[in-house]
Design a protein around this ligand. Sequence first.
Ligand SMILES: *Cc1c(COP(=O)(O)O)cnc(C)c1O
Length: 455
Amino acid sequence: MEQWAAPGPGVDGAPHGAGADPRRRIPRTDAVLRDPRLLNAAHRLGPGPVKSAVHRAQQRAREGAVPPDAVADTAVALLPPSASGLRPVINATGVVLHTNLGRAPLSAAARRAVQDAAGPTDVELDLRTGVRARRGRTALAALRAAVPAAAAAHLVNNGAAALVLAATALAAGREIVIGRGELVEIGDGFRLPDLLVSTGARLREVGTTNRTTAADYADAIGPATAFVLKVHPSNFRITGFTHAPGVGDLTALGVPVVVDIGSGLLAPHPLLPDEPDARTQLTAGAALVTASGDKLLGGPQCGLLLGREDLIGTLSRHPLARALRVDKLTLAALEATLTGPATPTGEALDADPAHLRHRAERLAARLAADGIDVRAVASSATVGGGGAPGVTLAGAALSLPERYAAALRTGSVPVVGRLEAGRCLLDLRAVPAADDERLAGAVRSAGAVRSAGER
Ligand SMILES: *Cc1c(COP(=O)(O)O)cnc(C)c1O
């Protein structure tokens, strides 16, 4: 490595001539920050950690530990390690399952299970016999134990994949009978009817947007019918003059009834009376239930297929099942979610409004003592696109000036709040109480960024 002229003693013990004084040549922060590697890191990590690395690199140069022209290299080396561009954030939006923030956060048990499964693992090997074993057998056993009403279960990559597999394996070249009020767009422009038709199945639409009867379904059943599909309108509600038959009204039609419940509730949830669950649908006679793993179930992204043994067998042996199979990390996280204590999603749903208010008041009092314009306010959270449209969950938020929103998002601990009536609200419903200290720190940093900018 090139040795540079440290501010070592000259003949007289003084540093080299004034021109060699490294302090004079240390590049300014804004110049160093133009380095493409640091620009990229600022994008990934936010400006805070990158500036702090640059300041430490400049300090080293001032101390003579590195040459001034190595400040950028040194700052790059000092960046906090982060192997991926995905940054952990605090979800203070008040949307419990926020698709843009990765939906359900994994429980501590699920995170440990992912960590343990990350290396070589016995995902397809029976260690006692040394013989190949069924992939995901323990996760599937946990799923069966959680939903005894399901005779069999299969796992795929997400809820959409569960529908694609069911339509491909059971209905390609045949008809799926579906009510007109259940032709759903799930988000980001993806529409379930398009997805189903892409498998080679034909849709036979029955009824009207607001009203569909069991007789409408019965009239449409014929030799080409593969199954009746019921889709839960999980992100919208039609109210007023409406009717749709339940699963129990359709089982007498003589064709399998497949129910896409969407959210992955395995059993009824008292706070969400209108949200369908796997147990109730299977008990009512559904042949197959499909659902997502990362919505109300509170687990990793995956798709659940639960139901009749013959149908699950057909699905799991179809070539497409191989293309949609889940990886070992998902299997580990799902099993830990199913067998572990309450998930962060469950805890957020069940959080007591009085407790949320107490947390908000405590945080607001401490931050106000630091001179921050903050107060605790009542706030309504929602479950999110993952389910229970129309349900509001009373709780509490920190209310800050609107300009905090951007500073909080771009801080070293990014916090995503929501804007409401000209204020930045940090809703505590989906923030675990254990994160209150980090949240307070982030608000303080955002306040400091702002005052520094105003100076
Ligand atoms: C969310 C949802 C899907 C899609 O599930 P992903 O896991 O996002 O693929 C399908 N159907 C319904 C009713 C849903 O709510």
